[in-house]
Write a protein that binds this ligand. Structure first.
Ligand code: LRH
Ligand code: MN
Ligand code: MN
Length: 388
């Protein structure tokens, strides 16, 4: 236990990571979706699965919904279901990417009738947020063009501002809008919100309740993501993270799997910028589990974030600043790397046990037989997937 100070343990104890409901549905590539036995058949079962992750880790008290994937008749009922299982409903994600009308855009579309439909969808999401008790409306737009000359880039940016302004005006006092950027896909030539600068420019024009969402998988290879984290925190505009990891494009793999060091560097800047356990910065996962089991996939993910947070908290800030100030490059790097290379797993296991949690949540969940139980119970019906 001596590895961490009381203050560091208090930080770790407060950590909260929001799970995406869609991580529990079947997902895949455009080549094949492999179905997993026991996959949830509706939003109620997705929330039950998310609650299991929280039960084993105490790290995931909220679940994000995606509308219309998680559309239900009664959001009051969904909310009490979640609360009964010890979790709360979190961010509401809008979806304007699976409707024929949006082929050439939604909030940016040339046709006012299509824009109206897309804006109304967001207003409906805000109504849902009132019922679910959610604070954040997360907007990711699949809008853009494939060929130079296809679209009026400037006009689309202006229409985006107009549409977002109408959505923003409907937010309640305690609600926020977070605008997610992504550099390409599904559009391959231009994307209307491709980078943090565009997202920042759009949300800054709206007001204080609009922030940027940074999805770690949405950058060109080689991008220094922690620098963006630093800058957005510095500007007071980092509203949320979508954590995942990638080798090639928007792979949506388990956070910390592809590049644990990058996750460490990101969390270090979060801590440095006052973003850790700061209610203004939501830590969310945005992942898919195409070939691995979903509940343990999510348990592994939140543990990865916890482990890298623990390591980043171990950076000796005073020694680092002293080395930076004196221009001691190698010493500064040593201090930084010492923390990264510290194996925090035994200390975290011991600490978990001291709080009545399983020392090894992955092993405890596997031993519980829960996956076999849900595989048996959840036969029949249509399994929910990414998009259902
Ligand atoms: C887009 C994205 C966005 C969507 C989610 C399913 O690539 O990251 O956050 O809502 O995937
Ligand atoms: Mn995302
Ligand atoms: Mn994505």
């Amino acid at each position: 236990m001596s590895l961490f100070t009381t203050e560091q343990l208090a930080q770790l104890e407060q950590q909260a990571i929001e799970l995406p409901s869609w991580a529990f549905g079947n997902s895949g590539t455009r080549f094949k979706v492999f179905a997993t036995p026991g996959t949830p058949r509706d939003p109620f079962e997705k929330i039950a699965d998310a609650a299991k992750v929280h039960e084993y880790t105490a790290l995931a008290p909220t679940v994000a919904l995606h509308i219309p994937w998680d559309k239900v008749d009664s959001y009051d009922e969904l909310r009490s279901h979640a609360e009964g299982l010890g979790v709360a409903l979190g961010t509401i994600n809008s979806n304007t990417f699976q409707d024929d009308d949006y082929k050439f855009g939604a909030l940016t579309h040339e046709d006012a009738a299509v824009r109206r439909k897309a804006i109304d969808h967001h207003l409906e999401c805000i109504d849902i947020m009132h019922a679910t008790g959610s604070r954040d409306l997360k907007i990711w737009l699949a809008e853009g063009s494939n060929y130079p000359g296809q679209a009026d880039l400037r006009g689309r940016q202006d229409r985006l501002h107009e549409s977002l302004s109408e959505i923003y005006a409907r937010l309640g006092d305690e609600q926020r809008l977070v605008l997610e950027y992504k550099f390409f896909e599904p559009a391959f030539y231009h994307t209307d919100v491709p980078d943090w600068g565009t997202s920042y420019a759009q949300v800054a024009a709206l007001g204080d309740k609009a922030m940027v969402c940074l999805d770690t998988g949405h950058h060109a290879p080689g991008t220094n993501i922690e620098f963006i984290v630093m800058q957005l925190l510095r500007l007071g505009k980092l509203g949320s993270f979508d954590f995942n990891s990638r080798f090639y494009a928007d792979d949506d793999l388990i956070v910390g799997a592809a590049d644990p060091f990058q996750l460490f560097r990101i969390v270090f800047e979060v801590i440095r910028g006052g973003g850790l356990n700061n209610p203004d910065v939501a830590f969310m996962l945005d992942q898919c589990h195409n070939v691995e089991d979903k509940i343990p996939g999510q348990i592994r993910s939140v543990l990865n974030v916890q482990e890298m947070t623990a390591r980043a908290l171990l950076v000796d800030g005073e020694a680092l600043r002293a080395a930076q100030r004196s221009g001691d490059v190698l010493e500064a790097n040593r201090v930084f790397m010492d923390a990264f290379y510290t194996d925090v797993r035994p200390a975290l296991a011991e600490w978990r046990e001291s709080r009545g949690l399983p020392a090894d949540p992955m092993a405890a969940f596997a031993a519980s037989g829960h996956l076999a139980k849900i595989a048996e119970e959840r036969v029949g019906g249509v399994q929910a997937g990414w998009g259902a």
